[in-house]
Design a protein around this ligand. Sequence first.
Ligand code: HEM
Length: 151
Amino acid sequence: MDTITIARIIHILSIVFWIGGVAMVTTVVTPLIKKNGFEIFDKVEHQFSKQAKISTLLAGLSGFYMVYKLNVWSRFLTFDYWWMHAMVLIWTLFTLVLFVFEPLFLDKLFKKYSSSHPKETIRFISVFHWILLLFSLLTIGGAMYGVHGGI
Ligand code: HEM
């Protein structure tokens, strides 16, 4: 088995743990806040945080390794490969939130805002997670379409 195939397997397994977790939070945990308050959400997000960090890191490493090995940097210059841009965009967004914004200020801001404006916070969390999830699913679909003969 060549190293590109190994990287591809690592890439997809990371996406399963990462985007699968996002789907779980969006469709299962977030609706629970409405009935049970923020405690459950806080605990799940805290527990998921490590898994999300590791899988984001592995998805990025395996992804850039494939770009390097396949030598497909030029794809970033054309919109035909929009799904390549979408992959890097989602990855950058999560990397910033998990490794920079959360430890710096997002955690504190969330705790403060959720106690003073609980209803608005629930709505924001729900909408934000749905946007992330739908964009991630679109990207996964786009990548499968692009890699397997769509273009
Ligand atoms: C730094 C971020 C990322 C980079 C550099 C990257 C790069 C790549 C590359 C080079 C490929 C192989 C393309 C080919 O075989 O022609 C690939 C495949 C794929 N990537 Fe990413 N990716 C990244 C993040 C993501 C994210 C965030 C997702 C999901 C939301 C994702 C989902 C996929 C899927 C589904 C495939 C198709 C695998 C296949 O069918 O062979 N990637 N990625």
